[in-house]
Ligand binder design. Sequence first.
Ligand code: HPA
Length: 271
Amino acid sequence: MLEQIEFTTKSIREKTNNFIPQVGIILGTGLGGLVKEIIVEFALPYNEIPNFPVSTVEGHSGKLIFGELGGKKVIAMQGRFHFYEGYSMQEVTFPVRVMKALGVKTLCVSNASGGMNPKFEVGEIMIINDHINLFPTNPLIGKNIETLGPRFPDMSEAYKKTYVTLAKEIAKENNIKVSEGVYAGLSGPCFETPAEYRYLWRTGADVVGMSTVPEVIVAKHSGMDVFGISIVTDLGVEGVVQNVSHEEVQHIAKMQEPKMTLLMKELIKRI
Ligand code: HPA
């Protein structure tokens, strides 16, 4: 894996005039609009990056974007790889390894989720303050490469507390309603049954989704700080569990995109 990371990093450096990003962004659902805010210097389609996973969706290869946002040098993944698409945990998290090798210190992630917390509404923006890994596996399983990180990485502050506080301040200043809570990550691709939502809520999760946790584990392993936000697109609250569709998830996320974008841009400016 080390050789692949090095080879990919070298290739990217050559194509981006040795661009050194400080912040890495995974543009999940609800954050697509952030691209418009980036002063783009380079954009590399995934299929032109050696060792990058090949997209399963035809015509949607995804891009790595290099530019400036909020006065910081950023690298943004437009399009992420999900475990449910059939990628291995190593493939899902490979871009995070490359980000680290390129110089990234802070990883910012977004996602869509189903909300179990009965106080939450559809469209709720939740600052992630912790997660529960319910994927069937972990990206760090296998021989540990000490130069990438420790065998037993600490996860006591997976989501940096000062970022959570900062994001809440930014939200308040801009009259954006946000809450904070725990994200349970599981494989999908099914949405949850009512019993599963109930189970997740009772075991300490506020929202549930199908991404983010693998990338955050690898970011922590490699010593990065992490900030995450989730957009609650549907509710898995007892008594009000409704039919969920991918279209509905996209629609709700799109509606809240300006607020998510503002929060993320302002946070990056201030870190
Ligand atoms: N469950 C899992 N993932 C999701 C959901 C959900 O209800 N909504 C958006 N992503």
